[in-house]
Design a protein around this ligand. Structure first.
Ligand code: HEM
Length: 214
């Protein structure tokens, strides 16, 4: 399972690099450079770049959709089967709301990214003002990256090992408190940083919750 998750993570990160890297390069290097080029050669260049970049946009979007959906479904089933936060973890952390916003923004980014390299008359308005729509798309991509980091942080917390399966065997025994790691999200306190403070909790319990969410 860990190998599959690692593969999905690689796919997702490569998708982001291709799509967002291409948008960034186009906005801040290609577009200004094309503006300094003669109109005739500019149009030829633009058409040539469009045709060559189109397959990469399709690859980037496919990688993101496939790995993202698989990741989401696998993560949901893990949370459910392990009963994180007594089955309330998703609600406690608003994971689905944040994911929903991210997903909708990602669809908008996919639309603009495809429109910028497309040929259809329906998306001609995007290509008629590339600088503006590239800027908007990049802004949305930045928001998505921030939301994604937030999602990840909801369950990884501080840098701790997820288990020794894929680690490099250096002959070092796991730290004695590593077993506590497995149970850290099963507590009803999981996600408490995202709820109103529980005034009925004893001082010991609330300090545990603070530790988890550091
Ligand atoms: C422009 C589009 C997208 C960008 C820039 C983006 C970016 C990211 C980044 C940077 C991460 C963190 C990766 C890591 O730490 O390993 C991530 C995680 C994730 N992404 Fe995306 N993503 C995009 C589209 C999508 C789509 C379309 C889906 C779902 C269909 C999706 C689902 C997920 C999921 C489930 C995670 C894991 C979140 C977690 O840790 O709980 N992403 N994404």
């Amino acid at each position: 399972m860990d190998a599959l998750l690692l593969l999905l993570r690689w796919m997702h990160i490569f998708g982001v690099v291709i799509l967002v890297g291409g948008l960034c390069f186009s906005r801040f290097a290609l577009l200004p450079a094309l503006a300094d080029t003669e109109e005739d050669s500019r149009e030829k260049l633009q058409e040539s770049i469009r045709r060559k970049w189109l397959p990469w946009v399709i690859i980037g979007i496919t990688l993101l959709l496939v790995s993202g959906l698989a990741n989401f479904l696998l993560f949901n089933s893990t949370v459910k089967s392990q009963g994180w936060g007594d089955g309330e973890w998703m609600k406690q952390t608003s994971y689905h709301t944040i994911f929903g916003v991210k997903f909708l923004l990602a669809l908008v980014v996919f639309y603009f990214a495809s429109g910028l390299v497309g040929r259809g008359s329906g998306t001609a308005w995007i290509r008629s003002d590339r600088a503006r729509w590239l800027g908007v798309t990049l802004g949305l991509a930045v928001a998505i990256i921030m939301l994604s980091g937030w999602l990840r942080n909801l369950h990884t917390g501080p840098n701790k090992s997820s288990g020794p399966e894929l680690g490099i065997p250096l002959g070092i025994d796991p730290a004695p408190n590593d077993t506590a790691e497995e149970n850290r999200y099963r507590s009803t306190e999981a996600g408490s940083a995202f709820r109103e403070p529980d005034t009925t909790a004893s001082p010991d319990e609330s300090s545990d919750a603070t530790e988890l969410n550091k």
